[in-house]
Design a protein around this ligand. Structure first.
Ligand code: SF4
Length: 688
């Protein structure tokens, strides 16, 4: 018996989507050999999707980065930590002395909160710049901007389970069955409980297939669609007058703007079927409890914040806020993109959404950190890349993100990175972005550290270390400490000394009142805690706005919007509108494409096109075609289908060899939140 290897189970949280499912690592001889769904976990209840099931396979791959790398004459060579850290610290000091705002930082939305908090603190405290951002800018930046404007907070208004109490669920721009499968399971359960599910989408997705009513409409026309719904509601006296009067302001302006959107005009813009649109409007407005669910189909537009504010307006108009089974429920993309926003990896906000521009707040942080930070917000992720392109940013330090694959217009991104004095990438693997770097730091990954993730329903959950990092790979926050030490006294190295990740978490609690009540003992249970969690006796429940909104006067505000549509429109040369999506088996690429089981399911990309469009172009299913936009071209297999609207084509964004973002447009961004238009650009498709 003494030779039987010991198997241990270490609780953790899935590192893929924002649903935040509980898993247990299966550990043998100190190595992770598998995962099992966490049976007592309240979100996934012992179930798991393919990414959760097989997504651990990347952890112990041979191609993990295990030693720092320095590029010389275009080739990487191995280096000691000392050499690589000194090189980067000296460069950071050199550029900081010239102008700290020539430094930029991307935080990692897949990393634990503690790493993200220290990353943004390093940018601010060690380097003196607010130039720190992360991928929410190009996924849920419009949610933060839009919902915070209307309600005072940019978060999901209800918990995930709340959906199961709904009478009607209006899903717009979200394909939960693929992108958030265990939330998709809750939609199915809601349907079994009697909820009517409505899905509005340009594609007949797996989520549309479970709907009671599917509405096809044109990409980029969400504002017109929802304005039409709101006009119909007001014209037919279906609004909740009492809620509007008691709990909102600016209703008259909403009435005035939406009055221009009669159903005929709306159906002309959106190409939606009028009877269907009236049917779904009535279903939503007449329900006692109606929930809105949305995701990146709403946000990744040049008018993403407008779209989000329309969802908020629709919920306010019908009084569907502050109660179970209702609300505005954005589904966050990455596992910890909610946490990355909460932690202050934003150029406008410190941890806990405390505003950089507010003098009193900045004074508080300067006092706390011993710094002299300004009240001028930093550059967003999109602005940093543009500043690199124009030569105004000298050093970019990227933690665990892969903008060469995920940002719009890959050619522009590569030119920008090549124009830097130094690109530093902290990563698990040699990604497309790491390949462009001057210095690569090998980082510890999922399963190799303690910490917390915050799921899309604001549930802060603990994850635990199950094995040591490979080779010389180091914890992110320790790398930051080592750099600060080498940068010297002006970098405040004393501010980066922590014994454990719990020390960092306790500092977060001190700085962010919304998390003040979250002590680690309370967190370390399957249920964990949701923010706002103001004190240790606060029950920290998920439902928000039961009595008042988070705006200063406690009321929500209608923010009516005019339809603008995509920046780049189709024409004779580029007649098709490209949208980009995810597939069930992949999440970006760096991790899932290195999981053999997942990669075997979908091995490469494809372009979905309507069978009538394909017929006109003489294109057959599986034929390799050339897809081009004004930015570039790719060769890709055609997938001919009737599950997508005519005139719209779709490419999943995970595949380097036929990267959708070779075609997308980095010049079309939302003025309210700097989101680039990843979901709509004009392309052409040709036979090869
Ligand atoms: Fe992981 Fe999301 Fe799948 Fe849950 S639904 S197992 S969090 S990828």
């Amino acid at each position: 018996a003494k030779n039987v290897p010991k198997i241990e189970y270490v609780p953790t949280i899935c590192p893929y989507c924002g649903t935040g499912c509980g898993l247990n690592f299966v550990v043998k001889d100190g190595k992770i050999i598998g995962v099992e769904p966490w049976k007592r976990h309240p979100v996934n209840e012992g179930k798991v999707c393919p990414k959760g099931n097989f997504g651990y396979e990347f952890i112990n791959r041979e191609d993990r980065l295990t030693t720092p790398l320095i590029k010389e004459n275009g080739e990487f060579r191995e280096a000691s930590w000392d050499e690589a850290l000194n090189l980067v610290a000296n460069k950071l000091n050199e550029v900081k002395a010239e102008d700290p705002n020539k430094l930029g930082f991307y935080a990692c939305a897949r990393s634990p909160n503690e790493n993200i908090y220290v990353t943004q603190k390093f940018a601010r405290v060690a380097c003196g710049t607010h130039n720190v951002d992360h991928c929410a800018r190009i996924c849920h930046g419009p949610t933060v901007a839009g919902l915070a404007t209307c309600f005072g907070s940019g978060a999901m208004t209800n918990g995930f389970d709340s959906i199961m109490q709904a009478d009607v669920i209006f899903v717009i721009g979200a394909n939960s069955m693929e992108a958030h499968p265990l939330f998709g399971r809750k939609l199915i359960k809601a349907k079994q409980n009697g909820a009517k599910i409505i899905v509005a989408d340009p594609r007949y997705t797996p989520t549309a297939k479970i709907a009671d009513k599917y509405l096809e409409f044109k990409t980029g026309t969400d504002v017109a669609l929802m304005n039409g719904m709101m006009k119909y509601i007001i014209d037919n006296d279906l609004q909740n007058t009492e809620f509007i009067k008691d709990r909102t302001e600016n209703f008259e302006e909403l009435k005035e703007i939406v009055s221009k959107y009669d159903m005929d005009k709306v159906c002309e813009i959106t190409e939606a079927d009028k009877d269907s649109l009236i049917e779904i409007t009535e279903a939503y407005a007449k329900a006692d409890k109606a929930a809105i669910v949305y995701s990146l189909g709403i946000t990744e537009h040049s008018h993403g914040a407008d779209n989000v504010m329309c969802t908020a307006d629709l919920a306010m108009l019908t009084g569907n806020l502050g109660k179970e089974g209702a609300g505005v429920n954005p589904l966050r993309g990455q596992n910890n993109v909610q946490g990355a926003c909460d932690m202050g990896a934003l150029p406008t906000d410190y941890v806990g959404y405390r505003k950089v521009a507010d003098q009193e707040t900045t004074d508080w942080f300067n006092n706390y950190y011993g710094t002299n930070l300004s009240t001028k917000p930093g550059l967003t992720l999109v602005e940093m890349m543009n500043a690199a392109h124009s030569g105004d940013l000298k050093v970019l330090y990227i933690h665990g993100e892969d903008p060469v694959l995920s940002d719009a217009d890959i050619t522009h991104t590569k030119e920008a990175l090549a124009n830097l004095d130094m690109l530093v990438v902290q990563e698990l693997f040699m990604t497309d972005t790491a390949a462009e770097a001057d210095v690569v730091f090998p980082a510890a990954g999922w399963g190799e550290q303690e910490g917390t993730f915050t799921s899309g329903e604001r549930r802060v959950q603990c994850l635990h270390k199950a094995q040591d990092p490979p080779g010389d790979a180091m914890l992110d926050w320790k790398i930051m400490e080592q750099l600060a030490i080498r940068m010297g006294e002006d970098a405040h190295p004393e501010q980066f000394h922590y014994e454990t990740s719990e020390d960092i978490f306790n500092e977060i609690r001190e700085c962010a009142p919304i998390m003040a009540g979250m002590d680690r003992k309370r967190l370390d249970s399957p249920e964990a805690l949701h923010w706002p969690c103001l004190s240790e006796d606060d029950p920290c429940q998920p439902l928000m706005y039961t009595e008042k909104f988070s705006r200063p006067n406690g009321k929500a505000i209608f923010m009516p919007q005019e339809h603008r549509g995509p920046v780049e429109v189709t024409d004779n040369e580029y007649p098709l509108l490209l949208t980009t999506t995810r597939v069930l088996f992949h999440y970006h690429a760096a991790m899932t494409r290195r999981c053999k089981t997942l990669d075997n399911e979908v091995k490469t990309g494809y372009i979905e096109m309507n069978s009538e469009d394909a017929k006109e172009l003489g294109i057959l299913d599986k034929e390799i075609v050339k897809a081009s936009s004004r930015r570039g071209s790719i060769e890709i297999a055609a997938r001919v289908t009737d599950n997508i609207k005519r005139g719209i084509v779709n490419i999943p964004m995970h595949f380097t060899e036929c990267a959708a973002n070779m075609l997308t447009n980095s010049n079309s961004f939302d003025p309210k939140c700097k989101m680039v238009e990843l979901k709509a650009c004009a392309i052409k498709v040709e036979k090869m």
